[in-house]
Design a protein around this ligand. Structure first.
Ligand code: SF4
Ligand code: SF4
Length: 109
């Protein structure tokens, strides 16, 4: 095969029906305001850890709500718990508390 210097991306199909939503439902049960998230990305835009690393908090909590937990706990270790994300969230979500809640729930992933 000719090497064109690039390859075709693997398809990224999201099948929510086959995901295990148990942890996700537990997290939403403890923090129902998470359902009000509009995915605006303000939390990511202001994130201290995101300025220094590739940490993307909006991506993380979106994955968790979809029931995709792989690698989330390790990724959340980049958070410095500074709380800036909470100050800017237009839906008033306690995002700093959400970091700690997700880590507590996903400790075994
Ligand atoms: S700032 Fe708030 S509403 Fe916007 S993506 Fe983050 S959690 Fe969701
Ligand atoms: S608390 Fe964590 S996620 Fe929020 S702005 Fe600070 S480093 Fe980023």
């Amino acid at each position: 095969m000719i090497d064109f210097g690039f390859s075709i991306s693997k398809p990224r199909v999201i099948d929510i029906d086959s995901n295990n939503l148990r942890k996700s439902n537990e997290i939403i049960h403890e923090m129902p305001e998470l359902q009000a998230c509009i995915g605006c990305g303000s939390c990511t835009a202001t994130c201290t850890a995101g300025n220094l690393t590739d940490f993307n908090f909006r991506k993380i909590h979106t994955l968790v709500r979809r029931g995709e937990y792989q690698g989330v706990y390790v990724e959340l270790n980049k958070c410095m718990l500074c709380g800036k994300c909470r100050l800017v969230c237009p839906r008033g979500i306690n995002t700093r508390g959400l970091v700690m809640l997700i880590k507590r729930k996903l400790g075994d992933f």
